[in-house]
Design a protein around this ligand. Structure first.
Ligand code: ZN
Length: 397
C-alpha cells in the first residue's frame, strides 16, 4: 500500500454534533454527556454512520430477504454480521479468500461483527467454558469448534469487520450477584486479551462490552476495567435478555454516564421501537436487533400506529397501504389486501415486502430521532412517536 492510499483512509472517529436532554458538559463538542440524546457521526474506513443508528442484522452474510442495495435504500449505513454463523458456514478463512465479508456479500459500507460469544451460548450444543475460552459443537453438523478471545478477534479480522466486538460472556438473566460478578470479571480478562490481539488498522475499531447484570456496582467495575484498557467504543451487553423493561432502563441510566462522552455507545440486541427511543433518551448511539427482519418473515409489521399482523383476516379486502406515512416500495406500491394474500398463499414476495417495510420503519425512526436531537425537540418527538405507536392500528375498513 502506498502512502497515498493510507492517507486516504480516515481514522476511526466519533463526533458528537449535538445533544438534547438534561446533561452536564465539561466543554466542547466531545463533552461528556451524562444523559440525554446525542446526534453524532462515526467515521470509518468504509464510510460514515450517522448516529443514533440502527444496524440491520445480516447473520449469514445476508440481511434475510433483502438485496444489499435495498438495505442501503432504506437508509441503513452499516450492517451486522455474526461470527458464530460465519465461522461455521462458509468459514472465516474462505470469506477472507473471497475478499472479506463486505466483498462477499456485496455490501460496500461498514460492517460490525459480533464476537460469537452470545450465540455460542444460545445456539451451540455441548459447550464447555474454561478460563481460556469455549469449546462447542456446531448446531449445523455437530462438528467441534473452539473460540477464545484471540480466535474471535482473528475471525473478525478475516471477515474484514469495520467494527470488531470483544469476545465476552453474556451474563444470563437472572443471575445472582456472585454469578454476575464472576462472569463479568472473566469477560474483563477476555477483553484485555482481545485488545492485545486486535490489529490496529486505519478506520477500524474494537469495542469493549460492559457486563455486570442488573448490579450497579458490577456495571461500574466493568466500565472502569474497560476504560482502563481503552477501546474505540463501548457496548452495553447483557441487557434485553429477559429482565423487566424498567430494570433495563435503570441500568442504562446508571451505565451511560460512566462511559467516556467522546466514544460511541452501543446497546446490543435492542430492540423494540419503544426500547430504542428510551435508550436514545439515555444517551445510546447504536442499536441492532433481528426484530424488523424476523418479524417481516412472520407477517408482523412495525408501523407508525404500532405493530400490525398482516395474516389477520381484517386486512383481506383493505385497499389501503400498510403504513400511510411510509414511502417504502411495499407501502407505495401495494395494498394491505395484497400483502395479506401473499402471506396466506405462502408467496415469497410477502416476507420480502414486509422486511423492506420494517427496515424502512426502523431507519425512518432513527432519522426522526436524529432530526429531533438536531432541533432540540427530542422529548416531544419521543412522546409523539410513542403516542402514535400506542394508539393502535387504523380502524378496519
Ligand atoms: Zn413501508
Amino acid at each position: 500500500m502506498t502512502t497515498d492510499d493510507t492517507a486516504a483512509i480516515p481514522d476511526f472517529a466519533f463526533t458528537v454534533l449535538a445533544t438534547d436532554g438534561s446533561l452536564a458538559t465539561d466543554g466542547g463538542p466531545s463533552a461528556r454527556a451524562t444523559s440525554g440524546g446525542r446526534l453524532g457521526r462515526l467515521t470509518t474506513a468504509h464510510g460514515e454512520i450517522d448516529t443514533p443508528a440502527f444496524m440491520p442484522v445480516g447473520t449469514a452474510a445476508t440481511v434475510k430477504a433483502m438485496r444489499p442495495e435495498s438495505v442501503a435504500a432504506t437508509g441503513a449505513q452499516i450492517v451486522l454480521g455474526n461470527t458464530y454463523h460465519l465461522m461455521l458456514r462458509p468459514g472465516a478463512e474462505r470469506v477472507a479468500r473471497l475478499g472479506g465479508l463486505r466483498a462477499f456479500m456485496a455490501w460496500p459500507g461498514p460492517v460490525l461483527t459480533d464476537s460469537g460469544g452470545f450465540q455460542v451460548m444460545s445456539l451451540a450444543q455441548l459447550r464447555r467454558m474454561d478460563e481460556d475460552g469455549v469449546t462447542f459443537q456446531s448446531h449445523i453438523d455437530g462438528s467441534r469448534h473452539r473460540l477464545t478471545p484471540e480466535r474471535s478477534v482473528e475471525i473478525q479480522h478475516l471477515l474484514g469487520a469495520t467494527i470488531t466486538m470483544a469476545f465476552d460472556e453474556c451474563t444470563p438473566y437472572p443471575a445472582t450477584e456472585e454469578q454476575a460478578a464472576a462472569s463479568m470479571r472473566l469477560s474483563m480478562r477476555w477483553a484485555e486479551r482481545c485488545r492485545a490481539a486486535f490489529v490496529e488498522r486505519p478506520g477500524h475499531a474494537l469495542f469493549g462490552i460492559v457486563q455486570g447484570g442488573v448490579y450497579p456496582d458490577l456495571r461500574r467495575e466493568s466500565v472502569a476495567a474497560l476504560t482502563s484498557i481503552g477501546f474505540h467504543g463501548y457496548a452495553i451487553g447483557g441487557l434485553a435478555v429477559g429482565e423487566p423493561h424498567d430494570e433495563m432502563l435503570a441500568m442504562l441510566e446508571h451505565t451511560t454516564p460512566l462511559l467516556p462522552g467522546d466514544r460511541p455507545r452501543y446497546l446490543m440486541g435492542v430492540g423494540r421501537p419503544q426500547d430504542i427511543i428510551a435508550a436514545v433518551l439515555r444517551g445510546v448511539d447504536m442499536f441492532d436487533c433481528v426484530m424488523p427482519t424476523r418479524s417481516g418473515r412472520t407477517a408482523q409489521a412495525f408501523t407508525r400506529r404500532g405493530t400490525v399482523n398482516l395474516r389477520n383476516a381484517r386486512h383481506a379486502e383493505d385497499p389501503r397501504p400498510l403504513d400511510e406515512g411510509c414511502s417504502c416500495p411495499c407501502c407505495r406500491g401495494h395494498s394491505r389486501a395484497y400483502l395479506h394474500h401473499l402471506i396466506r398463499a405462502g408467496e415469497i414476495l410477502g416476507p420480502m415486502l414486509l422486511t423492506w417495510h420494517n427496515l424502512q420503519y426502523y431507519q425512518d425512526l432513527m432519522r426522526g430521532l436524529r432530526g429531533a436531537i438536531a432541533e432540540g425537540r427530542l422529548a416531544a418527538f419521543a412522546a409523539d412517536t410513542l403516542a402514535g405507536y400506542e394508539a393502535g392500528d387504523v380502524e378496519p375498513v
